[in-house]
Design a protein around this ligand. Structure first.
Ligand SMILES: Cc1cc2nc3c(=O)[nH]c(=O)nc-3n(C[C@H](O)[C@H](O)[C@H](O)COP(=O)(O)O)c2cc1C
Length: 402
């Protein structure tokens, strides 16, 4: 893997040194370009020592031009990565400006480009930056981040460069994996079903498992749409995340995402919702006869069964989760048949397991076969490991069915 890494002039440039180390550990060849601004934040010596490569920084260098030339530099790579990507370099890229080595290489390259924007949250929210990002995305430039968190100036907001591990994952995904060309839909988190404007019915799902699956599929190269109910988990890098509240919104977003090759329904969708959501807050003691409100519940749409029963655009693989507290495997096997899906991952969510909200999961994979369902017990592992194993299994299955 060959990466042309452009380091522009943002405070996050120090994290790019860690990115270079990560890339080298993955066996990548890294050719670094430092902008003039970038060189204010990290020294060419550090970059060069870590990359074990010469640092390129001058467009009009007679020596560099005779050795490799800016056009070859731009093309003898598998991917161009800009990390950090300043507001300035993004603006230049969006407008075809080529006034130094970095921007000229970006204009001259015929390779895919991945940018990791990093800047103050106001710079990021500026209409000009947003417009530039839209243009770049429309032109096929891939992005990772920025993340929400503490910024250099001590403010909190969106603008932090994605962590080096997330950029590495995005690089791997951009360069293709066994799920390249596969479209995946993942649902995650709980749903909130309004009782009135301030109250709702919810459940204890955290979204950790679903988000990890979306990230794992993206890392293997899939184009992933994640439909997430309210969750504290960050949007996974390289994934298009759609945020929803209710089961009905989640179903709409899933149908919008079709057609896909695989649907993984990890969300804990509320089975019921209040028949009528009050438009005003229900006041204590002010109801007729001062009785407690009587909640009438109606059934929510069944997203998994809906996807499993689609006629013309049924995903090739429909995978559900069964969160049960007793007879987990038996319930899950029954669910496989009743929901018309291909696989069910059954997990025990009894309070003593700590599965809801925890970092680990113990699952059984139950798959449909011509005869009785096949049951596979997976060892207890972190949700991230379960996600990686599932993504690999999906890749094997879709690959062998292709
Ligand atoms: C201390 C300091 C920190 C800066 N951090 C950022 C930053 O994080 N993101 C950004 O877009 N610009 C940042 N800038 C502004 C850029 O360095 C400036 O726009 C420069 O022209 C970028 O040049 P380049 O894009 O060619 O590297 C910072 C400037 C200073 C002085």
């Amino acid at each position: 893997m060959r990466v042309l890494l452009i380091i522009s002039g943002g405070i996050a440039a120090y994290k790019s040194l860690e990115l270079i180390r990560g890339l080298r550990r993955h066996g990548a060849q890294v050719r670094p370009i430092l902008t003039k601004g970038g060189a204010q934040f990290v020294t060419p010596l550090s970059v060069s020592a870590l990359a074990q490569e010469k640092v390129y920084d001058d467009l009009f260098s007679l020596t560099d031009e005779s050795e490799i030339g800016h056009i070859r530099l731009a093309r003898e790579t598998d991917l161009v990565v800009v990390a950090p990507a300043t507001a300035d370099i993004l603006a230049k890229m969006a407008n075809g400006i080529a006034d130094d080595l970095a921007t000229t290489a970006l204009l001259a390259t015929d390779r895919p480009i991945l940018v990791a924007p990093a800047m103050n949250s106001r710079m990021w929210a500026q209409a000009s930056t947003m417009r530039n990002m839209e243009l770049l995305k429309a032109n096929g430039v891939m992005t990772v981040g920025p993340a929400h968190g503490e910024l250099a100036e001590g403010e909190i907001g969106i603008g932090r460069m994605a962590e080096p591990a997330d950029i590495l994952a995005a690089i791997e995904a951009a360069l293709g994996g066994p799920l390249t060309g596969v479209r995946a839909l993942v649902t995650s988190g709980p749903t909130h079903e309004p009782i009135d404007p301030v109250r709702y019915i919810a459940n204890r799902s955290s979204g950790k498992q679903g988000h990890a699956i979306a990230g794992a599929c993206a890392r293997l190269g899939a184009a992933v749409t994640l439909v997430s109910g309210p969750s504290n988990e960050a949007d996974p890098p390289g994934v298009e995340t759609v945020h929803v509240e209710t089961a009905r919104d989640m179903l709409d977003a899933c149908l919008q995402a079709l057609p896909v090759d695989v649907a993984i329904c990890a969300a804990a969708v509320s089975d019921w919702r209040p028949a009528e959501a009050e438009t005003q807050k229900i006041k204590k003691g002010r109801r007729t006869n001062a009785t407690s409100p009587n909640l009438e519940l109606v059934e929510n749409p069944d997203i998994l069964a809906t996807l499993g029963a689609r006629e013309n655009d049924r995903p090739r693989l429909v995978i559900g989760f069964a969160a049960e507290t007793d007879d987990v495997v038996a319930y899950a096997a029954a669910k496989l048949a009743s929901k018309g899906c291909d696989w069910i991952l059954a997990n025990d969510v009894s309070p003593h397991t700590g599965t809801f909200g925890g970092d680990d999961n113990k699952v059984h994979l139950i798959s449909r076969t011509a005869d009785a369902p096949r049951i596979e017990e997976w060892p207890e592992a972190s949700k991230v490991e379960v996600a990686a194993r599932l993504a690999e299994r999906i890749a094997e299955t879709l690959g062998s069915a292709a």
